[in-house]
Structures are given as structure tokens and as C-alpha cells.
Design a protein around this ligand. Structure first.
Ligand code: AMP
Length: 323
């Protein structure tokens, strides 16, 4: 995850919620991608480190466990940069120019200068991030599948030249697609500002839910409303475990027999019930910055040991290993 802002409930359903159960089945590595944050945000780096600590507090709040998984910071494992450099020798530039997000992001983020080598090379750095741990699986959403496909091609090309050195990673597709924004926009996103943060107070959550976009045609509570694609109901499905309550609200909404205030109040309650334990854990952790720092430094040292072994193998295979 890139430390470019506070985490929101989209991250909870689209990423963290999927990562937590993986810890029981796999030897997981989760990292704060601070170098990746620089690819788009190099002009203002003032908050990268504070977001790093804040995001990791959210991870732990959401149930990721540094005792079960390795947490690290990308820049504390500089081996990623060396592998990226070595891979860059064998990867043709057009492979990177063809990655769909390359042009898309340049079009979408017009206020940012995305003409750098760093931005072009971003999916290659991702390849190094994955390959350096011999990762077999990467938990990603649909939006990242093209990047992983590139990673697989890069690994195949590298292995073609230097032998069976790197492992081809497979996507482990996450189940939840995209959480829409409070404004009904396709995606809840920190760059749009249509978010509920994991760190929002119960009152802030309630206020945001009350201001949410619903069915615009429904100007009065007795007009039948549309449930499908209505963000208030998408959120109910994602966060309200009381399916009977949700089905009842949907039926009454379709029949024009419930007001927005009731639908939204029940949503705010469900969201706050889900966020309460997360907030509690993150607050406790942020009150103890020494512990948070220790988690990241210990995890980074552990990650570094694995990364150094892979890199030694790579140097050996490339015959640039000096003794
Ligand atoms: P970002 O912070 O936008 O770089 O997103 C990091 C990851 O979080 C993405 O690759 C997604 O898997 C997930 N994510 C971010 N926003 C959402 C959202 N609105 N709905 C679902 N998943 C999301």
C-alpha cells in the first residue's frame, strides 16, 4: 500500500479484509510502498513517513498481525532497488509503455507530472517487490492484473537469459470489486475526497453517511426507490452483517415505505460497529509510537534477510558476483 493518505473503508473491503484471512494460510509479506508513493507524489514528500505509521496502525486495527506476517517499509529494504535495476537491463521500454495504467493515469492525473522514469518503471519496481520474496501469489484486485501479467513476462524473460532463478507470481484475485464513493462516484478514493476514513470518529462517520448520495429520483420517502447501484445499499451489503435488516430495508425502499434517514441511520450504526474495534486498536498503537516503529524496523530486517538471499542468487546467475 502506498502511503499517500489516510486509509478508508474502500481499503477495508478491497484490500485489508482480504489480507487478514490469508495470514492463516500463507507466509505473508505486507509492505508500505513509500518509493511507489514518490512515483506520483515526488513534489510533496512531507507526509510520506507520517502516513506510513498511520497506515500501519490501520492495518493492525483491521486485524493484520505482525506476529503472523512480515510488515516492512520498501525503502528500508534497498535490495528492491537493486533487483529493479538488474531487471531493467532486460526489459524493453515498450513493455512498460503498453501497461494500460501508464497512459490512463497520465490522462487522469493531469495536475501531476507523470513523465518521469520512475513513473514509467513503476510496474517494474512492483515486479522486483514481488520477485525478491519468491512470491507465488499476490493478492490483487482486477485493477492490478495487468501489472502482474507484466511481472510474469519479466520473470520469464529474465529466467530465459539466466536460468530458473525467479518465481513467476500468480494473482490471488480478491473477491470484492470496488466500493463507490460517498458521492456515488465509481470509486471511493483519497484523490477525490469521497471517503470514510478508518480513523474517522463515530460522529464523523454518521455525518458523512447522512450526506451520502442515494437515488436522485426519490425526492420523497413515499416514492419507490432503486436499490441496485445505490451506494447506500452497496454499503449496507458490504458492512451490515444483519442481512434480515438489509433485506427488509431494501423491500421497503423499493415500495416507497422507508425514509432515507432510517436507511442511513442503520448504515451509520453498522459502519460504526465495524469500525469501533479498529479505532480502538489503532488508537492504542498510535499512543505507543515506539512499538509501531519497532514493528516496522523488525519486520524490515526480517524482509531484508529474505531479499538479500534472492539477490545473491540473482547476482550469481548473472555472473556479477564478486568474491
Ligand atoms: P490506493 O490507495 O488507491 O493505491 O489503493 C490500494 C488498494 O486498495 C487498491 O489496489 C485496491 O485493492 C484497494 N482499494 C482502494 N480503493 C478502493 C475502493 N474504493 N474499493 C475497493 N478497493 C479499493
Amino acid at each position: 500500500m502506498r502511503p499517500t493518505g489516510r486509509l478508508h473503508v474502500g481499503h477495508l473491503v478491497g484490500a485489508l479484509g482480504n489480507w487478514v484471512p490469508l495470514q492463516e494460510r500463507y507466509d505473508c509479506f505486507y509492505f508500505v510502498a513509500d518509493w511507489h508513493a514518490l512515483t506520483s507524489d515526488f513534489a510533496d514528500t512531507s507526509q510520506v513517513t507520517s502516513y506510513t505509521y498511520d497506515n500501519v496502525a490501520d492495518w493492525i486495527g483491521a486485524g493484520l498481525d505482525p506476529e503472523k506476517s512480515t510488515f516492512f517499509v520498501q525503502s528500508l529494504v534497498p535490495e528492491h532497488a537493486e533487483l529493479y535495476l538488474l531487471l531493467s537491463m532486460v526489459v524493453p521500454v515498450p513493455w512498460l509503455e503498453r501497461v494500460p495504467t501508464y497512459r490512463e493515469q497520465q490522462e487522469n492525473l493531469k495536475d501531476k507530472d507523470l513523465s518521469s522514469i520512475g513513473f514509467l518503471g513503476y510496474p517494474l519496481l512492483q515486479t522486483a517487490d514481488v520477485a525478491i520474496y519468491d512470491a507465488r501469489f499476490v493478492p490483487v484486485g482486477e485493477d492490478q492484473v495487468a501489472h502482474l501479467e507484466l511481472a510474469r513476462e519479466v520473470v520469464r524473460r529474465f529466467n530465459n537469459f539466466f536460468g530458473d532463478v525467479l518465481v513467476e507470481p500468480q494473482p490471488l484475485l480478491t473477491t470484492f470489486a470496488r466500493l463507490p464513493g460517498l458521492d456515488g462516484d465509481k470509486k471511493m478514493s483519497k484523490s477525490v475526497g469521497n471517503t470514510i476514513h478508518l480513523s474517522d470518529t463515530p460522529d464523523e462517520v454518521k455525518k458523512k453517511v447522512m450526506s451520502m448520495y442515494t437515488d436522485p429520483k426519490r425526492v420523497r420517502a413515499d416514492i419507490p426507490g432503486t436499490v441496485e447501484g445505490n451506494p447506500v445499499f452497496v454499503y449496507h451489503d458490504a458492512f451490515n452483517p444483519d442481512t434480515l435488516e438489509v433485506e427488509n430495508l431494501k423491500a421497503r425502499y423499493r415500495a416507497g415505505k422507508v425514509g432515507d434517514v432510517e436507511v442511513k441511520t442503520k448504515l451509520a450504526n453498522a459502519l460504526n460497529a465495524r469500525l469501533d474495534p479498529i479505532r480502538e486498536r489503532r488508537t492504542a498503537l498510535l499512543a505507543n509510537p515506539g512499538r509501531l516503529r519497532e514493528i516496522l524496523f523488525d519486520g524490515s530486517a526480517r524482509a531484508r534477510r529474505v531479499a538479500a538471499e534472492t539477490l545473491a542468487r540473482v547476482r550469481e546467475a548473472m555472473k556479477i558476483s564478486y568474491r
